[in-house]
Design a protein around this ligand. Structure first.
Ligand SMILES: C=C(O[C@H]1C=CC=C(C(=O)O)[C@@H]1O)C(=O)O
Length: 464
């Protein structure tokens, strides 16, 4: 049993809160001396915060964020609005009047917004009914695991009963810390497993190859989905535990919105910004892995030499370079890609580093300019998006979309939400796509998407 948790300086904050006007974000950050397993902490929030939890881990485990509750939701719902600028403006307005108590100059602490943008501004939401074109939350309670330390940020929007609110937040934290325990991990049983419209999808790929060969477009990324049904509701923590065990070299995320949860293990960074420094990733071009070391190396070598995959990759590198150049004093991009090896698949990988001209430029601007890169959309962007809309016959929702966090200085990080799925009570939808170019073959692309389903299928307890 842990000792009782108390907010440091609570009485000081109570005095302060009495003086603050209403509708102001009040945020305090403290360092706490406890050893906590982040996934168990996430699970401990099931009772009080189901539907309002968030989990984020970057590939190196440099930063892990676990949050509970929402003090404010920022959503873009209109189809004709610039959702990136809208969220940026809303967040700036909140920050401009906020009272922030954070003595630590540590990235990922203090008030943040957590969430993401949908892949496109689709009006048909299909299974994604709880997710808007942009869905971000300011959490009420947020734990940040970074640089070997643990930070706790508490947020509240000032109103009428702030002292009571602060007390109830303290109680919630106590309860969370006391209920950290190994959670019930056995997954529900799969009763049905359905690759939706497999034949239709292959035809769509062929149609796209024809358009590319006709010279209408250069590259389009096409995706498909599977629906998995369980005999009982499936919970974020059950899947999260498996992803953390099986895909630890990835970004691992879970964003709960009511009874839906967007969850995944993505190897792809869209953009990271910390003051002047930015980092983006070109990831495109894939081949399976082999258990046999020699065979696996051969596969990697084949991928590095393969013209079709090189072409797919090159479209991404040149677009990211073109988009980031105007923002940067300098950009550093290796001349040729290397391999990124994940458990089931290997990719061509090129990191892009830069130093921005204006350190106050927010990450929103970079996300807006980059999304979707040709690793998820295509070239030219507008025509590729129209093709996706025309032939894919599904709503991508948050699949393939920017997901991450932004702090009160405009810094943050977004991954690309691939190798992911949507949990919705007894159902899960999982998504996978691949780059189509002129020399693609629809059967081969189908096989590639089957490999890309594997991480989520395994985490859901399915046969891979
Ligand atoms: C669209 C996906 O992967 C992208 C990222 C890496 C490699 C890709 C490829 O080789 O096609 C895709 O561009 C997905 O996993 O659903």
């Amino acid at each position: 049993m842990t000792d009782l948790y108390q907010i440091k300086n609570r009485s000081k904050y109570e005095v302060l809160l009495k003086q603050l006007p209403q509708h102001i974000l009040f945020s305090v950050t403290e360092k706490i001396q406890r050893t906590i397993n982040p996934a168990m902490l996430f699970a401990a929030g099931y009772k009080d915060f189901y539907g309002k939890r968030f989990y984020w881990k970057d590939p190196q485990d440099d930063l892990i964020i676990v949050s509970f509750g929402h003090v404010q939701t920022l959503q873009a719902t209109q189809d004709d609005q610039d959702r990136f600028s809208y969220i940026e403006n809303e967040w700036n307005q909140i920050i401009n009047t906020a009272m922030i108590k954070n003595d630590y100059l540590v990235s990922g602490t203090g008030p943040l917004i957590l969430g993401g943008f949908s892949f496109d501004q689709s009006t048909v939401k299909q299974e994604w009914e709880s997710f808007a074109n942009a869905t971000f939350h300011i959490p009420q309670i947020m734990f940040t695991f970074t640089q070997g330390e643990l930070y706790l940020t508490i947020n509240l929007m000032t109103g009428v009963n702030d002292i009571d609110t602060l007390l109830s937040v303290e109680e919630h934290i106590q309860k969370l810390l006391q209920s950290i325990d190994a959670p019930q991990l056995s997954l529900p049983n799969i009763v049905q497993n359905n690759e939706i419209g497999a034949d239709h999808w292959k035809q769509a790929v062929q149609k796209t190859i024809d358009r590319i060969r006709n010279g209408e477009i250069d590259k389009v990324v096409l995706a498909r989905k599977m629906k998995i049904e369980f005999d009982q509701p499936i919970l974020s923590e059950q899947v999260l535990y498996n992803l953390l065990k099986q895909q630890y070299e990835s970004y691992i995320f879970a964003l709960e919105v009511g009874n839906q949860s967007f969850i995944g293990a993505s190897p792809e960074r869209l953009i990271q910004k910390e003051n002047e420094q930015i980092l983006s990733t070109c990831l495109a071009g894939s081949i399976k892995r082999s258990q046999n070391l020699v065979e696996d190396e051969k596969l990697g070598h084949t991928l590095l030499q393969d013209e079709k995959n090189q072409k797919e990759h090159h479209f991404v590198v040149s677009m990211i370079k073109q988009v980031l150049q105007p923002f940067c004093k300098e950009l550093s991009i290796p001349d040729s890609p290397t391999l990124m090896k994940m458990r089931d698949i290997q990719h061509l990988y090129t990191p892009v580093r830069g130093e921005v001209k204006d350190k106050h430029e927010t990450i929103f601007k970079l996300v807006k300019a980059l999304h979707p890169t040709p690793a998820l959309g295509g070239i030219p962007r507008r025509e590729a998006m129209a093709t996706i809309c025309d032939v894919e016959n599904m709503d991508r929702g948050f699949y393939g979309a920017p997901l991450g966090w932004v702090d009160y200085k405009g810094n943050g990080e977004f991954c690309v939400g691939i190798r992911s799925g949507l949990l919705k009570e007894n159902e899960a939808y999982i998504y996978a796509g691949c780059g189509v170019v002129g020399d693609s073959n629809s059967d081969e692309e189908f096989k590639e998407t089957s490999v890309k389903f594997k991480p989520m299928l395994r985490a859901l307890g399915g046969n891979e």
